[in-house]
Design a protein around this ligand. Sequence first.
Ligand code: ATP
Ligand code: MG
Length: 400
Amino acid sequence: MRLRDDPLVLAHPASAACGLVRFECGLGSRGHDPRNMPSGMAAPTNQQVLEALSTIQDPDLGRDIVSLGMIKDLAVDPSGRVSFTFELTTPACPVRDRFKSQAQDAVGTLAGVTGVDVRMTANVRPAFMRPKPSEVLPGVKQTIAVASGKGGVGKSTVAVNLAAALRKSGATVGLLDADIYGPSVPAMTGSRTTPEQSSTGQLLPIDAHGLKVMSFGQIYPGDQPTIYRGPMVGKAIEAMMTQVDWGRLDYLVIDLPPGTGDASLTLAQAVPLTGVAIVCTPQDVATEIAVKALQMFRKLNVTPLGLIENMSWYVCPECGHRHDIFGHGGAEAAARRLGVPFLGAIPLEESIREDADAGTPVVISRPESAGAKAFTEIASQVAARTSIQSFRQLPVINVR
Ligand SMILES: Nc1ncnc2c1ncn2[C@@H]1O[C@H](COP(=O)(O)OP(=O)(O)OP(=O)(O)O)[C@@H](O)[C@H]1O
Ligand SMILES: [Mg+2]
């Protein structure tokens, strides 16, 4: 399914940038004003346009955009107007604007071109080949777990804002709170409603801020604790995959409980995970524990998508001075040491906590804040890592 066909996506303001972009040649150095064209200059062939576009490299995938199958619906009309679709691997692509202008420039400077129409779209590629349709999460393309070694470092805050940022970019996104004992996603997303059942008996996720949200906190509301022995935790997590109607999703973000216990084990073994993002604070101690968590996922063959440093700095609202309360840069150093990507750092901001308590992720409530921008940037990085995973596993169709 292409995102441009999705009415939800088309209605979303963030996806307006993916619409048809018209680039008129003939100004300045591009010099292809048809009025100045020598009479009889022929429009380029499709092959010539593809050759020009194949000079553009995807920095993450390390290949050119044509052989990666990103150029679709190419047409050149006799007057020299060229149109094509540039299909990104994620609507949260960090180099989307650069790609757009590179494509316009590459084609616009070809002899005989009088104009270029580029339609920017996105089609999230599935991370796994699925030989059997009955597998868990059949309609979900990418599953992203958010974990940590230590409790209270901001996993749920990151998971909620990551999901919201991906949704804002135009993707269809689910958010699973896999924390049985301390579910916080219903409060952070304002989705404390009891899920209803579909006609087939499956639970229907709650819609919150355009996300499909499911949590044990919705199934067992109130202040009664959930008392489960280890094996029951695994069964309960599995049920969240098989007995919930997730439908078709580009991304399912999974908020894990702290540590490397039963929930993480079940998830790693029973669910086709694209990878795991590890959240930590900059303190050495916290980071060492994060490293252990990362190594555990590696042992279980779950790909580490990278490390995220939360509560990285604080800007005093009174004096504007920046304080590195828990130190700074610990996660980046650990990522370098481990050979995994550093996905970004998030400031400690009162508004992040306030908005989480009020049930709206800060990327939605205060998109201009430093915190929201940090989450959005991290979401782009995570999406880029999941695209890399897909291209490692799937054959690529060459359009030539
Ligand atoms: N960057 C931040 N700035 C301000 N407050 C934050 C930030 N990150 C998290 N918090 C707050 O810190 C508290 C703990 O965060 P959160 O619940 O996300 O951590 P967690 O790792 O999921 O915890 P647990 O291990 O219990 O699941 C929450 O009150 C949250 O609002
Ligand atoms: Mg949590």
